[in-house]
Design a binder for this molecule. Structure first.
Ligand code: IPE
Length: 320
């Protein structure tokens, strides 16, 4: 890992992206990223083992609709209604028995969270209104998604993660999941989202939809996680800027650990880390054998096929 970090650091320097200072910053960043990855690869603590919730029943599917897929990322607070409409139709067609939906923030949550530095915690009273604005923007997007699902006869219920999750230093510390599992048992489709939440150390934080789905997958003992984003899956480089980017169809945790440097980092306003952040977050759930699939949620038929466990273009991430 260390050798790879240095090699990548050298590559960045060699590419002349900004001289010694930039290379040093990049190296420092990569060290932090390595440490984070090592931490995520540690066996989950007893607190993270599947609980009674997962023994009770089901093998739920957790579907995350990335903000990149359901919003227009460079237009503030603009939903991609045609994509949401199409996804709702496909989710209805798939008739999954136990489904938890989580959506991202895209152009609703991220710009406000960034403007008010919500992820840095409460440092100044002027951020308080920013927390409200960020949460409010997410409730607007949530309502849009829920309404569309209900129109397609899906018994969707929007639930604010800020009402049942508290973080500590940005990581989920407490999560009252019984309401979600009860809803699943009753046949509802809970619709959660990345949210501004209270944090016991910093006052508040941004809880990404990705951290949330990984935790839910563990606690509910989910069978599969499906991530619908705006690219075909994990690629060898950024497919939006590099025509030679190759889709990685199948990978596992060891490979991810070895090859993590190729995971693309988001270039737009994303306070929760882009594709790289997503994968890092999912690792504990994959450790618990939640098979993870990343697909393009903007391409017709993809999410339906993924939900129905049919062959589909994308990246499968297995434990081994
Ligand atoms: C971010 O959630 C939520 C806020 C910024 C409030 P995500 O990090 O899951 O959102 P996307 O999918 O990357 O847009």
């Amino acid at each position: 890992m260390q050798a790879e970090t240095s090699a990548l650091g050298a590559k960045l320097t060699g590419a002349g992206i900004g001289g010694c200072e930039v290379a040093l910053v990049a190296k420092k960043k990569l060290k932090q990223v390595d440490a984070q990855l090592e931490k995520q690869l540690e066996p989950p603590s007893s607190q993270e083992k599947p609980t009674r919730e997962s023994e009770l029943k089901s093998r739920a599917i957790i579907l995350k609709l990335g903000g990149s897929a359901i919003t227009i990322k460079d237009k503030p607070c603009t939903a991609n209604q045609s994509v949401i409409e199409n996804l709702a139709r496909e989710i209805a067609e798939a008739k999954v028995q136990q489904l938890v939906l989580v959506h991202g923030g895209g152009s609703f949550g991220h710009p406000l969270a960034k403007e008010y530095a919500i992820n840095e915690g409460l440092k100044h009273p002027s951020q308080i209104i920013g927390f409200s604005k960020t949460h409010d923007a997410m409730t607007v997007l949530n309502q849009l998604v829920v309404e569309t699902l209900i129109r397609h006869n899906i018994p969707a219920v929007g639930i604010a993660p800020s009402s049942f999750v508290v973080t500590k230093l940005g990581r989920i510390e407490k999560m009252k999941v019984n309401i979600i599992s009860k809803m699943l048992e009753m046949g509802f489709v809970p619709v959660l989202y990345g949210d501004a939440v209270l944090d016991t150390s910093r006052g508040f934080a941004i809880l990404s939809g990705d951290q949330l789905i990984a935790k839910l997958a563990i606690v509910l003992g989910a069978e599969r996680i499906i991530l619908g984003v705006d690219v075909d899956g994990l690629c060898t480089s950024d497919p939006k800027s590099d025509p030679s980017a190759r889709l990685i169809e199948h990978t596992n945790l060891n490979e991810l650990k070895r090859e993590h440097s190729w995971i693309d980092k988001a270039k737009v306003t994303d306070v929760t880390g882009g594709m790289y952040g997503k994968i890092i977050e999912l690792i504990p759930a994959i450790e618990q054998r939640a098979r993870t699939l990343i697909v393009n949620g903007t391409k017709q038929g993809t999410v339906r096929r993924a939900l129905c466990n049919e062959k589909v273009k994308g990246t499968i991430i297995d434990r081994e």
